[in-house]
Design a protein around this ligand. Sequence first.
Ligand SMILES: [Cu+2]
Length: 97
Amino acid sequence: MAGGSGTAPRGAPVAANTVSIKSFAFTPASASVKVGTTVTWTNKDEEPHTVTADGGSFRSAPLTAGKTFRYTFTKPGSYPYSCTIHPFMRGTVVVRP
Ligand SMILES: [Cu+2]
């Protein structure tokens, strides 16, 4: 493979402020951002999905195809979330200080 920058271990945080919802999965599953960053999720599936924090700190309405949800993280920490419609869909945002 040419030009590869290495493959992160599955589940390792990836620096990203955008998360795709596609094929019933959040990509990257673990997004790492600096505090104060707004993260945007975009539903690229035909099915509706939600972005719902385990602790309730953020929650989207059901996102239909092509819709986005934004949330600004103001405190460092690890924020696990899921889709309430498909609870097997899980992701995490890791907020760095
Ligand atoms: Cu879903």
